[in-house]
Design a protein around this ligand. Structure first.
Ligand code: FAD
Length: 469
C-alpha cells in the first residue's frame, strides 16, 4: 500500500522502553520514527509514574521529618501546605524531563508522529491523530513499546471520587479519608504521600501480606511503622461493593478484617495492578502473537516477537513492570534490530517500593528459596547496630543477603530502611559479577554509611562479624 512516511525503524510508544529503543536505533544509524499518542514523550514513567510519584514522596518526607525532628530537640510549627504550588513543582520536574526528551529526539533526527498507532500489516502502522488525521508509516523493523494501564475494578462506579494512580498524582486536593485498594508498591507509595499531606489512610489487600514480592521479615519494619500511622491495614480482606452517596463513597468489605458496617471515604484509590496494552495495537494484523491477558509474546533474548522483524519490550511483554527493565530491553531490541549480537540476559532485576522506609529486593528471596527447596544461607544485619542509621534517627532497617550454600555466592537480597533502593544496586552488581560473601565482606565500604550494612550482612553469613558502630 501507499505510505505517508517511510522508515527503517518504527517504535510504537514513547515510554522509557520506547524512547530508549528509538534513540539507540537512531544512534546506530537507523532512520527512526517514534509513534506516541500523548502530547509529551516519556510514557507512564515520566508523565504519571516513577517521576511525579518520587517528587511527591520527597515532599512527604520533608513533612514527616519536620514532625520527627522534635525527637532530637528541633521543633517546627505545623507545615503549611500549598497544594497548588506543590502540584506546579511536580509538573515542572516532569516538564523538564519530557522537554529534555524532545530535545534528544530532535538531536537524533528521530521523527515523532503523534497519535494512536495500530498495525495494518507486516510493514505498516496507521497513526490516528487527535484531529482524526491518519498517517500511514511504512517500516522495515519495529519495536512495540506500548506499555500498560491501570486495572479497573468493574463493580466500582465511575465517579470523580474514585481514582487510579494517575488521578492520585494529579493532586486535585487533600481528602480527609482515603481507602487504598491494593497493598502493592503503587498503592502504598500513594498512601505514603497522602498520609503525610494529612489524609487518614486505610489499606485493604486480598493477600496475606502487603508488598507481596518481598520477604515478610523485610516488609515487617515498614508495616510496623504504618500500622501506627494509618487508620487501618486490612489483609486478606476484599472490597465487595462501592456505592456513590452524597457523603462519600460507601464501601462494603468481606474477609478476615472486614468491618461489619460499610465505611464511607471521600476518596477511593484503586491500585490493583496494571494490564498490558497488547490487545489494542492491531498486533494480529502483523502476525504478532498476544496472549489472552494482552501480553505481546517475546520468543528470544533479542526481544523478537513471533515476527522476526518486530520486537517488543517493557510493560507490554510481562512482569516485572519496571522502567529499568524496559530501558534495558529497549536498548537490546534496537541493537538486535540493527544487526548487533545483543541479548537481554540480566540475572536479576531489582524491585523497590519508595515508601518510608523503602523496601528493596533483588534476586532470590528467602521465601522463594525455601519454597523451591534451594540450599541457601543468609546474613542479616539489623540497622540498630549501624551508627549511620542511628544518627539518621532511623534504626528500624534490616539488610539481608541470601547466599548459595555451596558456592557462597550471593543470589539475593532484601533491604528495608531509608534509601534501601539505592543500596540494593550494589547487591545487583554483586550478583551479576558472581561475587561471594568474602568478596562483599572484603570490599572496603565507606564509614559511616548505610552501605556498610551490606558488607556487614555478608560478614554475618560468614560468621566473621566484628562489632562496628
Ligand atoms: P509506558 O511507560 O507505559 O509507555 C507506553 C507509551 O506508549 C505511553 O506513552 C503510551 O501513551 C504509548 N502508547 C500506548 N499505546 C499506544 C498506541 N496504540 N499508539 C501510540 N502510543 C501508544 N517503575 C519503576 O521502575 N520505578 C518506579 O518508581 C515506578 N513508579 C511508578 C509509579 C506509578 C504511579 C506507576 C503507574 C508506574 C510506576 N512504575 C515505576 C512503572 C513504570 O512506569 C513502567 O514500568 C514503565 O513506564 C514502562 O515503560 P514502557 O516503555 O514499557 O511503557
Amino acid at each position: 500500500g501507499s505510505a505517508d512516511v517511510s522508515c527503517q525503524m518504527l517504535v510504537l510508544g514513547a515510554g522509557p522502553g520506547g524512547y530508549t529503543a528509538a534513540f539507540r536505533a537512531a544512534d546506530l544509524g537507523m532512520q527512526t520514527v517514534l509513534v506516541e499518542r500523548w502530547s509529551t514523550l516519556g510514557g507512564v514513567c515520566l508523565n504519571v509514574g516513577c517521576i511525579p510519584s518520587k517528587a511527591l514522596l520527597h515532599a512527604a518526607k520533608v513533612i514527616d521529618e519536620s514532625h520527627e525532628s522534635s525527637d532530637f530537640g528541633i521543633e517546627f510549627s505545623a507545615p503549611k501546605i500549598d497544594i497548588d504550588k506543590l502540584r506546579t513543582w511536580k509538573e515542572k520536574i516532569v516538564g523538564r524531563l519530557t522537554g529534555g526528551l524532545n530535545g534528544l529526539a530532535k538531536q537524533r533526527k528521530v521523527q515523532v508522529v503523534r497519535g494512536v498507532g495500530s498495525f495494518l500489516d507486516l510493514n505498516h502502522v496507521e497513526v490516528v491523530g487527535d484531529d482524526g488525521k491518519k498517517t500511514v508509516v511504512r517500516f522495515e523493523k519495529a519495536v512495540i513499546a506500548a506499555g500498560s494501564e491501570a486495572v479497573k475494578l468493574p463493580f466500582i462506579p465511575e465517579d470523580s471520587r474514585v481514582i487510579d494512580s494517575t488521578g492520585a498524582l494529579e493532586l486535585a486536593g487533600i481528602p480527609k479519608r482515603m481507602l487504598v485498594i491494593g497493598g502493592g508498591i503503587i498503592g502504598l507509595e500513594m498512601a505514603t504521600v497522602y498520609h503525610s499531606l494529612g489524609t487518614k489512610i486505610t489499606v485493604v489487600e486480598m493477600l496475606p501480606s502487603i508488598v507481596a514480592g518481598a520477604d515478610k521479615d523485610i516488609v515487617k519494619p515498614y508495616q510496623n511503622r504504618i500500622q501506627k500511622r494509618y487508620e487501618a491495614i486490612w489483609l486478606e480482606t476484599r472490597v465487595t461493593k462501592v456505592e456513590a452517596t452524597p457523603e462519600g463513597m460507601k464501601v462494603s468489605f468481606e474477609g478476615k478484617h472486614a468491618p461489619a458496617e460499610p465505611q464511607v471515604y471521600d476518596r477511593v484509590l484503586v491500585a490493583v495492578g496494571r494490564t498490558p496494552n497488547g490487545k489494542r495495537i492491531g498486533a494480529e494484523k502483523a502476525g504478532v502473537a498476544v496472549d489472552e491477558r494482552g501480553f505481546v509474546q517475546v520468543v528470544d533474548s533479542q526481544m523478537r516477537t513471533t515476527q522476526p522483524h518486530i520486537f517488543a519490550i517493557g510493560d507490554i511483554i510481562g512482569q516485572p513492570m519496571l522502567a529499568h527493565k524496559a530501558v534495558h530491553e529497549g536498548k537490546t531490541a534496537a541493537e538486535a534490530a540493527s544487526g548487533l549480537p545483543s541479548h537481554f540476559d540480566a540475572r536479576v532485576i531489582p524491585s523497590v517500593a519508595y515508601t518510608d522506609p523503602e523496601i528493596a529486593w533483588v534476586g532470590v528471596t528467602e521465601e522463594e528459596a525455601k519454597a523451591k527447596g534451594m540450599k541457601v544461607g543468609k546474613g542479616v544485619f539489623p540497622w540498630a547496630a549501624s551508627g549511620r542509621a542511628l544518627s539518621l534517627g532511623r534504626d528500624e532497617g534490616v539488610t539481608k543477603l541470601i547466599f548459595d550454600e555451596e558456592t557462597d555466592r550471593v543470589i539475593g537480597a532484601g533491604i528495608v530502611g531509608v534509601n534501601a533502593g539505592d543500596l540494593i544496586a550494589e547487591v545487583a552488581l554483586a550478583i551479576e559479577m558472581g561475587a561471594n560473601a568474602t568478596d562483599i565482606g572484603l570490599t572496603v565500604h565507606p564509614h559511616p554509611t548505610l552501605s556498610e550494612t551490606v558488607a556487614m550482612a555478608a560478614e554475618m553469613f560468614e560468621g566473621s562479624i566484628t562489632d562496628l558502630i
